[in-house]
Structure formats: structure tokens, C-alpha cells
Design a protein around this ligand. Structure first.
Ligand SMILES: [Zn+2]
Length: 105
């Protein structure tokens, strides 16, 4: 079962800290989180292909706002103005596993 996030906050200029209900903590690069934005503007809904090029994302990208959506997702506002991505908890957990750096468990 996917744990719930208990902590979402800036860690450094390039990473966000994600803490989970099972005590795991991950550092996740903002740029990966932005790249994997699940919104319809970033993913082709028919093919599932990403329509955003990684190289088009500023290396200085960061989240400027985090909002909880119910008990299942978070909505992130990015420094490039993008704010339509709703990240489900299971998706965030998967990103932590694949792209994150575990800093505590
Ligand atoms: Zn998006």
C-alpha cells in the first residue's frame, strides 16, 4: 500500500523534501517532478507520450506553492507559471522510488 505524504517542503535550491507516513524521506529534484507533470498539457492523452522536452525546463525550476487536493493528490505551482498538474500520492511515491534520493527510512 502506498503511504501518505506527511511532509512536502523545499530542501535546497534544486530539491524538494518528501516525507511519508512510513517514515521514509526522499529528496526529489524539482526538475524531475516538473518533467513528470501528469497534466494534459504535458502528456498526450492518447499515446501517453510526454510532450514536454526535458531540455526546455529551466534548471532553476522550483515549486512555488503546494496545495493538497482532498486526501489523494497535491497540486504544485511552478516558477514557470505552470500549475495544472495534480500529482496523485501513488505517483509521487513512484517518483520518489525511481528519481528520488532516500535520505531517511
Ligand atoms: Zn503539466
Amino acid at each position: 500500500m502506498t503511504p501518505n505524504p506527511t511532509q512536502i517542503q523545499p530542501l535546497s535550491a534544486t530539491e524538494i523534501l518528501l516525507g511519508w507516513s512510513n517514515q521514509d524521506q526522499f529528496a526529489l529534484p524539482y526538475i524531475e517532478l516538473r518533467f513528470y507533470c501528469p497534466c494534459a498539457g504535458c502528456v498526450d492523452e492518447h499515446t501517453g507520450q510526454r510532450t514536454v522536452d526535458r531540455s526546455s525546463i529551466s534548471p532553476e525550476i522550483r515549486a512555488t506553492d503546494v496545495r493538497l487536493i482532498g486526501r489523494y493528490a497535491v497540486q504544485l505551482t511552478w516558477s514557470d507559471g505552470h500549475d495544472t498538474g495534480m500529482y496523485h500520492y501513488d505517483r509521487l511515491w513512484e517518483l520518489c522510488q525511481k528519481q528520488g534520493r532516500k535520505i531517511k527510512s
